[in-house]
Structure formats: structure tokens, C-alpha cells
Design a protein around this ligand. Sequence first.
Ligand code: OTD
Ligand code: ZN
Ligand code: ZN
Length: 347
Amino acid sequence: MQSITIRRPDDWHLHLRDGAMLEGVIADTSRHFARAIIMPNLVPPVVTTADAKAYRERIVKAVPDDDRFEPLMTLYLTEHTQPDDVEAGKKSGLIHAVKLYPAGATTNSHGGVRDIEKAMPVLERMAKIGLPLCVHGEVTHPEVDIFDREAVFIETVLEPLRRRLPELKITMEHVTTKEGVDYIRSAQSNLAGSITTHHLIINRNAILVGGIKPHYYCLPVAKREHHRLALRAAATSGDPRFFLGTDSAPHVDPAKECSCGCAGIYTSINTLSCLAHVFEDEGALDKLEAFTSLNGPAWYNLPPNEDRVSLVRRDQPLSFPEKIETGDGPVTVFNPMFSLYWDVAIK
Ligand code: OTD
Ligand code: ZN
Ligand code: ZN
């Protein structure tokens, strides 16, 4: 197949940051994607509906004039989040999900939840009004190995929470393990998972073999090869419970190339080319649209986009910049370590 036309994709997990970084990265998303679930882990985080409204306005202002892009806002769950504020945010059409970061699990998560008991009133209200909870599914206890944190989270936090509040819709974000895939597949209802572009492409060797490679470091950290294969099988299966959330997470190079580098991989600019490559490899180009453009909207109760994009396989490899320049400094672009041929042509 040399070309494929699909409904315009959405990104169900995206970090846009703020200020000069927001201005530097937004076009890489708005060029290809119609909508994105916007992560609230700013400094300080987006905790109230008023914060989300103001942040949404800053994003909309930064979108290039020729692009149509709708940011779907989320709230950062804290132990002090007010159920009434969350409900008002949903009713106004502004808030599409609430995000649970176990305290310390990833970038800017120190204000996250330590004791889930304290968040129960909000979670109960969300279950009642049908507002999804997005979870960063990793425990943070120092005694749990970093490669096991997702599996332990499923057992000790997610499963008990789902038993206690089966009506709550939960998105397990950036699934990185076979255990995560199997758990989502085994659920009867109210559980879905997003998968990133990079976790379909790299395993942990990318970070550690031949020297330490900070631009392949993200959280949850990439796992062993059999986990990557399970993610590829899930993403390309067409199963409506799996959809794209790029988790594109820009950091300037000095913040990654240092003795304690930040977690995050920047993929917005070449995500669709990478995904077409992966789906072609798996003989599943016919399932790409479900993953990028259909399953996510269905889960979030939104209509799929009406406009289309075409992916065209070029004879020569595409050239993407190694870095993009932002007002905050350079951001290295994800290098999939193979040539990319699938080009995006906007209809
Ligand atoms: N993972 N980096 C970031 C967030 C994510 O867990 C995540 O959602 C970030 O920089 O905000 C990362 O590696
Ligand atoms: Zn996360
Ligand atoms: Zn993220």
C-alpha cells in the first residue's frame, strides 16, 4: 500500500507546557491532530477549573492561525480537589478528565496524591457524573523496582480502586507492560489504555546499550522486548480499548543531557510517520485509523473527526530535524533509529 486516508487523528495524552515552550511546540501537534487531552502537570499544576480555563486560553492563543485545534483540558487531582469544582468544570464542557499522579511518579508530580482515601469524594463524584480518571499507573515506593512499578500499581492500587468504584471510568495512560495490556483486556468495562508512539518502538536497550542515552529516557521507563511486542499487538489489534496518547513531553536539551536528566520524549513532530511505519511492519495499516482516530473519541464520548489526513509512502526517506528550536532552547526530536517514509498530507 502506498497511501492511506484516515480520519484526522487526536492525541489522548499530550504535554504542551506553557509560555515559550508552548509556543515552540504547539504547531507540531496542531498541524496533524484535531484535538488532544492536555496534561495538567505545569508548575504550578492545573488544579481548578479556573486554572484550566486560563491555560486553555493560552493554548488557543498559541495555535497558528491556519490550524484548527481543540485542547481538551484535564485537572490535576490533589488531596484537596473539590468535587463541586470538578463537576462544574465538566458541566461547562471544559473538563474532559481528571488526572491522578501518585506523588513523585513523574515530572512535576510532587503535588500528586499520597493517600487515595483523601481523593475518594472526588472520585465518587466523577463516577456519578461520568468523568474519566486518567492515571499515571506506577507506584512510587522506594522498595519497588522501577521496572515493576506499573505491575505493582495494577495489583495494589488500580484493581482495589476498580472493585471499590466499578462505575468510575479509568484510562490507564501510557501502558508499558504486558501486564498492563492483559489487565485492560481482562476488564469487563470502564477501563481503557493509551499507548505512546515511542513505547511501540523502543525497549530498554535504547536507553542503556552503548552508553546512556537520555533522549530515550521517559516515565514509565521503556521495558523489556516482550513488553514492547505486547504493546504492538494491542495497538494494532483494533481493540477499541487501546488508543494513541503520544505522551510527547518536551524538555530542553540541557535539562536532559546532565547528571540528573528529566524524563520525557518529544514525538509530536514525527509521531504519525512513526506509527504508519509500525502498523505497516505489523501488516496492520487497516487498523491505524482505529488506534489514532476512532477508539479515543469513542472512549471520551466525542464524535470522531470529520476531516481526513492522508499518509503517503515516499520512495526516499523523510527528513525530520534532529532538534526543534523553542524560545526556551533546543528540544531533541525522537529518533526511531530507522528511516521514515510515511509522509502526512493534509486534505
Ligand atoms: N513521562 N515525562 C513527562 C511526563 C510523562 O508520565 C508522564 O506522563 C513530563 O515531562 O511531563 C515523562 O517521561
Ligand atoms: Zn504519566
Ligand atoms: Zn505524560
